[in-house]
Design a protein around this ligand. Structure first.
Ligand SMILES: [Zn+2]
Length: 218
């Protein structure tokens, strides 16, 4: 079973080093602290391990690597793309973070990056990756999907979530807001039949639906 993260907790079982200058050093990243409690607090977070150790051999790294291969060429013509060059590259952490963000929000990372590149025109690759993890970028992207329904694979989403789509108004509305399924698709689909469901909807759902219609009509 492939993992999303590697367990790095064992690295934090080593005690902090006491240095000759009286400071305390994290054994994982080498950061120095004036007090024992300072280094203790830092180590408790367990987030300073190198990204390559956190992700080496995981499914997240696999997805990030293919995203890197698909996108880096727009910014750096001579970047080598093998897995080992990727691991050593200064973009490794940023691409991993962007990949996790896409996975958590269930969006198509290739489509997302392409849209950021064309619409926000970042000048550098690391700027592209930092835009990709901003909340406002995600909101703009979802609105872009709602306006351009042909980009959404509505039937794919319907096949995988049929029961919930047919049973739950709020699931359906949330999916429309996220750009997981298209508005026209739902209006014209004989089983979803969105039009006939509107009357039975609670006020809150109707307001959310109206906001989707507004975005779509621009
Ligand atoms: Zn550390």
């Amino acid at each position: 079973m492939p993992e999303y993260y590697n367990d790095v907790s064992h690295m934090y079982q080593e005690p902090a080093k006491e240095l000759k200058n009286g400071k305390f050093q994290c054994p994982v990243c080498g950061a120095e602290y004036a007090t024992r409690s300072g280094v203790f607090k830092h180590m408790q977070k367990q987030d300073c391990a190198p990204a390559s150790l956190m992700f080496e051999g995981t499914i997240t790294e696999d997805v990030a690597h293919s995203l890197f291969c698909d996108t880096v060429g727009h910014y750096s013509k001579h970047q080598r793309k093998s897995l080992s060059s990727f691991r050593k590259s200064k973009h490794y952490r940023g691409v991993l973070q962007a990949t996790l963000h896409c996975m958590n929000n269930k969006i198509d990372s290739v489509l997302f990056m392409e849209w950021i590149r064309m619409s926000k025109k970042p000048r550098y690759y690391n700027h592209l990756m930092s835009l990709a993890v901003k909340d406002s970028t995600l909101v703009d992207f979802r609105n872009h999907l709602i306006k351009n329904e042909e980009l959404i694979d509505s039937s794919y989403f319907f096949e995988r979530n049929e029961e919930q789509i047919l049973k739950s108004d709020s699931f359906l509305i949330r999916s429309l807001q996220r750009g997981d399924i298209g508005l026209d698709y739902c209006m014209n689909h004989k089983d979803i039949d969105l039009m006939s469901r509107i009357d039975g909807m609670c006020e809150a759902n109707r307001i959310h639906l109206l906001s989707v219609v507004k975005v779509k009509e621009g």
